[in-house]
Every structure is written in C-alpha cells, then in structure tokens.
Design a protein. Structure first.
Length: 84
C-alpha cells in the first residue's frame, strides 16, 4: 500500500547508517524477509514483481522498524465512537 515504509539502522563500523524503503506508488507494498544471515527489504507490485530490493547482513542490522501506511475508513465500516 502506498505509504508503507521500513527504516533500517545498520552498524557501519564507527557510525550507524539509516536506510529507508518506501512503497512509492499506489498498489505497492514493502515486504521484509530474513534468512541465512541476510535481511531483505523489497518494494513489490500488486502482481508480486519486485521493484527494488535492499539487502543487509543481519549481524550488522541494529534496528528494523516497519511503518504501515495509515488506513482510512472503509466504505462498509461504521465510524467508531468511544463511550466516555
């Protein structure tokens, strides 16, 4: 979904570096996978085609923060009212 965003903080020796992968168009999403010592963050189209991929050594990743896109009210949902 457009607006999905993942921030990755990586140890770069004497400093840290922050990378960001963002779903740039409507219908795209950001997927995170990890295995065999690699963390992979990929922007994917609706059909599953990868658009861009960032790979990091998992031993160097200090933080990985997923920021989902804000979800608006769906047409068939009733507005939520909190009882105070």
């Amino acid at each position: 979904m457009r607006g999905d965003r993942v921030e990755i903080v990586v140890d770069a020796g004497d400093t840290t570096r922050t990378y960001e992968v963002v779903a740039t168009r409507a219908g795209r999403r950001v997927d995170v996978t990890h295995g065999r010592g690699i963390v992979e963050v990929t922007e994917v189209t609706r059909g599953g085609t990868p658009v861009r991929t960032a790979r990091f050594m998992s031993s160097r990743v200090l933080a990985l923060v997923e920021h989902p896109a804000p979800r608006g009210a769906q047409p068939d949902e009733k507005p939520r009212v909190s009882a105070a």
